[in-house]
Design a binder for this molecule. Structure first.
Ligand code: SAH
Ligand code: F3S
Length: 451
């Protein structure tokens, strides 16, 4: 029997995409993939280090995996992803349950590394760079997280070095994927029946491939704008993209969306703070007004574009006055939803050296206050969808109610509605009848799609 590998993924979409790549490579090398640690010979944890809590989870999880099979000497445990890249050797010191550490650019070499552990080598570690020109980006459909929605990395790494963020250290410098590979992947997914792709990257606006062949015939203010038009031209029914960095967010992105119905009505544009003073300490490279100008442009679009954001509360030195400016900005932007993060000190980042980290109680109360301000505008936005018909890609049966299906709208709202499972994978029109806190409820009106 082939050895079975179980990959558990924490963190962002990039990690999900990396796990899919890793699984593809492992299966090609003669391993079987399974969906539970209990029956696996090899457990790989694909980790996230963006906040301290995410990082601690790794140790807890290794403890659990080992405790479930205390006498199983053949069980192999590997740590991959951002924690592996950052912690390296120290992971072996902190936990005796780890056999292997695989950095963020060593995914392609996993089969060789596993082999080394199986041959008896102790503490196998690879924090090296990718093998230039040999990167295996291909993902087999069986390894994708969904048969209907696919993540396509277009750029890896980040050059922005926001002062709080560990990503430039864990994922390294930006590397853009060649256009032809991206377009080939979209076309392949189309022929397999995929209905939606997400072009993903830490900062998709920075997309700048060394080889631009394939973009010549597409106009656009930046390579990313041209890529959007090129991907739209494939005819993939729905195209979404994350994450956009405010300073690099060119208004032509909105024009590209307006020109192409298959570019979806959703923009994720993290602001982090509403205070210029804090934005400067964060080294974000944008001011409040620059950001608001971009928001105004998005709101003035002929398409109704949903808008989401990330915000950090309790950044070192954030005063009540700074925080009030964040509240004010959130009211003004009327986001469809936001992710709120309590600031988490990451060793090695410039912000870690800043004084005056907010006490837990302040952090908590700011978190709750921001959440309640957002809830208020979110209610109004969600209520405004009642009576409207949305185009929904049906992704699966709802876990809450057996009679309901669940999917996302082009404006990236979760939409539930009663329906039969044969509709899974189809794009349908749903009339919204009810707005919940973080989702919409409706009824099927027909099966033909509108953008
Ligand atoms: N541009 C990236 C951002 C990665 S981190 C992307 O979306 O791919 C995602 C979010 O985590 C950031 O936007 C930020 O709001 C939050 N975050 C990052 N570092 C953090 C830290 N040290 N403490 C709290 N939140 C953090
Ligand atoms: Fe992090 Fe800023 Fe890049 S939040 S991922 S350093 S854009």
């Amino acid at each position: 029997m082939k050895p079975r590998v179980y990959i558990e993924t924490f963190g962002c979409q990039m990690n999900v995409a990396d796990s899919e790549r890793a699984a593809t490579g492992l299966r090609e090398s003669g391993y079987d993939l399974c969906d539970s640690a209990d029956i696996a010979d090899i457990v790989l944890l694909n980790t996230c280090s963006v906040r301290e809590r995410a990082e601690h989870k790794v140790y807890t999880r290794i403890g659990e995996v080992r405790a479930a099979r205390p006498n199983d000497r053949n069980l192999m445990v590997g740590v991959m992803g951002c924690v592996a890249q950052l912690e390296g050797e120290t992971l072996f010191d902190n936990s005796s349950g780890i056999d292997m550490v695989v950095g963020t650019r060593a995914t392609d070499r996993l089969p060789v590394l596993i082999e080394r552990v199986r041959e008896g080598e102790k503490k196998v570690i690879d924090l090296g760079e990718r093998d230039e020109g040999q990167e295996a980006w291909n993902v087999s459909p069986v390894e994708r997280h969904s048969p209907h929605v696919a993540f396509i990395p277009i750029i890896e790494g980040c050059n922005k070095f926001c002062s709080f963020c560990i990503v430039p250290y864990s994922r390294g410098r930006e590397r853009s994927r060649p256009v032809s590979e991206i377009i080939d992947e979209v076309n392949k997914l189309l022929s397999l029946g995929y209905k939606e792709v997400h072009l993903i990257g830490q900062n998709v606006n920075s997309y700048r491939p060394r080889i631009e062949a394939g973009l010549e015939q597409f106009p656009g203010a930046t390579p990313f704008c041209r890529l959007l038009r090129a991907v739209a031209a494939t005819g993939m029914p729905r195209i979404k993209f994350t994450t956009s960095f405010p300073r690099d967010f060119h208004p032509d992105i909105v024009t590209a969306i307006e020109e192409n119905p298959n570019l979806c009505n959703w923009i994720h544009l993290p602001v982090q703070s509403g205070s210029d003073r804090v934005l400067k300490l964060m080294r974000r490279g944008h001011k409040r007004d620059d950001y608001l100008k971009r928001i105004e442009h998005i709101k003035n679009s002929s398409r109704r574009l949903a808008l989401t954001s990330d915000i950090i509360v309790g950044f070192p030195g954030e005063t009540d006055e700074d925080f009030q400016q964040t509240l004010d900005l959130v009211r003004q932007c009327e986001y469809d939803s936001i992710y709120i993060f309590k600031y988490s000190k990451r060793a090695g980042t410039p912000a870690a050296k800043l004084p005056d980290t907010a006490p837990d109680a302040v952090m908590k109360s700011r978190f709750l206050e921001l959440e309640s301000v957002q809830k208020h505008s979110q209610r109004r936005i969600y209520d405004s969808y009642v009576g409207r018909t949305l185009s929904v890609l049906v992704e699966r049966n709802s876990s809450r109610s057996h009679n309901d299906l669940v999917g996302h709208s082009t404006c990236h709202k979760v939409v539930n509605f009663p329906g039969e499972s044969h509709l899974e994978g189809e794009i349908v029109d749903v009339l919204v009848t009810q707005a919940k806190t973080n989702s919409l409820y409706g009824k099927l009106v027909n099966r033909s799609s509108v953008a």
